[in-house]
Design a protein around this ligand. Structure first.
Ligand SMILES: C[S@@+](CC[C@H](N)C(=O)[O-])C[C@H]1O[C@@H](n2cnc3c(N)ncnc32)[C@H](O)[C@@H]1O
Length: 382
């Protein structure tokens, strides 16, 4: 992983180390320690250091190699004390993570998959868990029989496919997405479900080529707007495609601290290594986490805000913490975690196993977050 800050935290397998702060647990990301940046030590000192640190560091240390400044954090004793030891023993606090199960789950090859492979594995689960969100969006957009609906960034067909069922044979749904492979999956599902009134087109939401102005009754965009390069252009095109008074319903993720599917693996990872801060203005999961940003873009596109609400949506469900870890690894964390030294990697897993207990109910772990739904209209007098 590139380390844009030039600052990495975690246990390093090589290089020079020097304790800089004996207040175990008190060093935070970005702190340098009192001794300053650069230290040169003799080979003998190195050897004795390796002996001392053969197992794991107990204090914070700084290290310099390859011109990178490395901040060693004291490893989280609580995670080690319970999670890691439980893993080593083959029993967890809540009794469902023997290491054999880990091997079976993690050996299933969840790492470094293509987006299509990831979704072939997890699509059904996400469709099921997020169905209440799609249903609520259709309700708020007042989608009914005979209507013409546009679904921007439809991906694998949400909420286009449930919309197609709702508008029935007298209505039609047009789903647009830039990804042909996601649309191929949407087509397969639509065929399975007999949704023949659904057209799926590869296209750019910010141009909507071929969509007649004033031809659409309502527009949906679920978890898509925040990834677009020009969301204002997409909203503007959607407004012009709709009839006056037409409704646009969009779903976006709330702030990171209310979206544990994202923030949980990240915060545990950051015990060992610092990540670049989230850019709330750039295309990404949290671009519209702050409501005012979306209000501003709606206004710029000439849409009128009508209603706003929040809904808690799980995106993953697992019977064991290993299945949760496999899911996290599949959705991007493998790349980061594989870059950690072995000890920190195990500790990250231990941290997830421990945290999983918090999200477990009746033997199932469920992770998701708060989604904000907004309803906006094309002014009726336009
Ligand atoms: C997180 S997925 C959401 C997919 C689907 N709406 C759902 O809720 O499952 C985001 C989708 O936005 C699509 N996307 C991103 N930028 C786009 C653009 N400018 N125009 C059309 N689709 C876009 C991506 O290809 C991806 O399928």
């Amino acid at each position: 992983m590139a380390d844009p800050d030039g600052l990495v935290a975690g246990e390093g397998p090589r290089g020079r180390r020097r304790p800089v702060n004996d207040r175990a647990g008190s060093v935070r990301h970005g702190e340098q320690g009192a001794s300053g940046l650069k230290e040169h030590r003799s080979k003998d000192e190195h050897r004795s250091d390796s002996a001392v640190h053969a197992n794991r560091p107990t204090t914070s240390t700084v290290d310099f190699h390859d011109n990178l400044r490395i901040l060693y954090l004291p490893l989280d004793e609580s995670a080690l004390g319970t999670g890691l030891r439980a893993i080593e023993r083959g029993t967890c606090r809540w009794g469902r993570c023997p290491s054999k199960e880990r091997e079976e789950t993690m050996g299933a090859g969840s790492d470094l998959l293509t987006p299509e492979e990831i979704w072939r594995r997890y699509d059904e689960m996400e469709v099921r868990l997020s169905a209440p969100l799609s249903e609520r969006m259709l309700e708020l957009a007042r989608v009914g029989p005979g209507q013409r609906v546009l679904d921007l960034a439809t991906g694998r067909g949400e909420p286009a496919i449930p919309a197609a069922h709702r508008v029935g044979p007298g209505g039609s749904v047009l789903g647009i997405d830039v990804s042909a492979s996601m649309l191929a999956m949407a087509r397969e599902r639509a065929a399975r479900e007999g949704a023949s009134n659904l057209e799926l087109r590869v296209g750019e939401a910010s141009s909507l080529e071929g969509v007649q102005q004033g031809s659409i009754d309502s527009t949906l965009v679920r978890w898509g707007l925040m990834y677009m390069d020009s969301p204002v252009d997409a909203l503007d095109c959607a407004r012009r495609a709709m009839v006056p008074g037409g409704l646009l319903v969009a779903a976006v993720w709330a702030e990171p601290d209310r979206t544990p599917f994202y923030s949980l693996p990240r915060s545990i990872f950051e015990r060992y290594r610092r990540l670049p801060p989230i850019d709330f203005e750039a295309p990404g999961t949290f671009r519209f986490a702050q409501p005012l940003r979306l209000h501003r873009d709606l206004e710029r596109a000439g849409l009128r805000l009508e209603h706003e609400e929040e809904i808690e949506v799980p995106v993953m469900e697992a019977e064991t913490p290993w299945a949760l870890i496999a899911w996290m690894r599949a959705f991007g964390w493998a790349r980061f975690v594989n870059d950690l030294p072995e000890y920190a990697r195990k500790s990250w897993e231990a941290g997830v196993v421990e945290a999983a207990a918090t999200y477990s109910k009746a033997g199932l772990i469920r992770l998701g977050g708060v989604t904000r739904i907004i309803v906006a209209s094309r002014p009726a007098n336009e």
